[in-house]
Design a protein around this ligand. Structure first.
Ligand SMILES: NC(=O)c1ccc[n+]([C@@H]2O[C@H](COP(=O)([O-])OP(=O)(O)OC[C@H]3O[C@@H](n4cnc5c(N)ncnc54)[C@H](OP(=O)(O)O)[C@@H]3O)[C@@H](O)[C@H]2O)c1
Length: 308
């Protein structure tokens, strides 16, 4: 029998985090479900499956506090094999109207929180020379949707973190991976009483907002969330464990989940290549004489494909 993996999931109090915890434990692995006050909010969760353990973790806490929670997490089963940085938030706001506190908070949760939890887990994984650090990014990390731009900014940054991390830790036997879902039903877009975000108050932006998100856009609400939250955990677990559709395949650095995410990213990549071709003369106009060949050193060190 293969050894049970020990997973730690952040933001497990609802949405995809909770769905992941339930699916990981149902598939026979051990899971430490973390979240803000999760031990009181979801105290009955371990009674659903004894593979689930609860630990309070607010990802915006100072790094030293997060390190101490991670030390407690490691002590539970003696190891963490897979970290899933899932905690996240989103609010609509025009870029101009995003308050300083809102911008700081969304970066604290979506980007700096993931960085800090990864920093806290990495020494443990390095000492065992094994472990996977996973991130839940978003298709919107590739494509900047108006009025969701702050969210896009955090997810685009998270992607670069996951990518750079992979370059640094794969030689040590560790792995980094980012999943980039499109829309699925959850509480992510549910309005909160934190005063952050909302439709633009500045009149100039209101017609733009209406044409993107209002009745004028003609987009049915269901089209905003074409993926099934019940299917997301199995896809993530399969890719990380090399099971199901991922059996026999090398784990990639980035995995796109959902048709809207895939189509948006494909369009972005195609359009970016078109722009590179169209403006190549300007791009190359700044080079020093005789420096056309880009060194293999640069290209080899940034490739996102698995090293052969
Ligand atoms: N839903 C989508 O369409 C979609 C698409 C692409 C990517 N994603 C990503 O998927 C992940 C999960 O989101 P979801 O859709 O499942 O939304 P959700 O239902 O709102 O879940 C978000 C989770 O993150 C937690 N969280 C927020 N701030 C936290 C903090 N400071 N410390 C710890 N936990 C915190 C929330 O906890 P509380 O209960 O305490 O608020 C909640 O458990 C996010 O990273 C999101 O960006 C979602």
């Amino acid at each position: 029998m293969t050894q049970q993996l020990v997973w730690l999931v952040t933001g497990s109090t609802g949405g995809s985090g909770l769905a992941l915890v339930r699916t990981i434990s149902a598939r026979g692995d051990l899971v430490i479900a973390t979240g803000r006050n999760i031990s009181s909010r979801l105290s009955s969760l371990p009674s659903e499956n004894p593979n689930i353990y609860l630990l309070d973790l607010d990802v915006v806490s100072p790094l030293e506090d997060i390190k101490s929670v991670i030390a407690s997490a490691v002590a539970i089963h003696g190891r963490i094999d897979v970290l899933i940085n899932n905690a996240g938030m989103s609010r609509m706001s025009s870029l101009e109207e995003g308050s300083e506190e809102f911008v700081k908070t969304i970066f604290d949760v979506n980007l700096f929180g993931s960085i800090k939890v990864a920093q806290a887990v990495l020494p443990h994984m390095r000492s065992r020379k094994t472990g996977t650090v996973a991130f839940i990014g978003a298709g919107l990390g590739w494509i900047a949707m108006p009025f969701l731009s702050h969210y896009s900014l955090t997810k685009a940054s998270l992607t670069m973190f996951a990518e750079a991390l992979q370059h640094e830790i794969s030689p040590l036997g560790l792995r980094s991976i980012i999943f980039e879902p499109g829309g699925f039903d959850s509480d992510l877009a549910t309005p909160r009483n934190d005063g952050f975000g909302g439709p633009p108050k500045i009149e100039d932006y209101q017609p733009v907002f209406g044409s993107v998100f209002g009745a004028a856009s003609g987009i049915p609400k269901s089209a905003m969330a074409p993926s099934d939250i019940a299917k997301i955990p199995d896809a993530i677990i399969d890719v990380i464990k090399g099971e199901g559709l991922a059996k026999g395949r090398t784990m990639p650095l980035r995995v796109v989940l959902g048709p809207d995410s895939m189509d948006g990213i494909r369009q972005k990549c195609k359009e970016q290549l078109e722009l590179l071709d169209e403006w190549e003369d300007v791009t190359l106009s700044v080079m020093k004489e005789g420096h056309r060949e880009t060194s293999r050193w640069l290209l080899d060190n940034v490739s996102i494909l698995p090293k052969s």
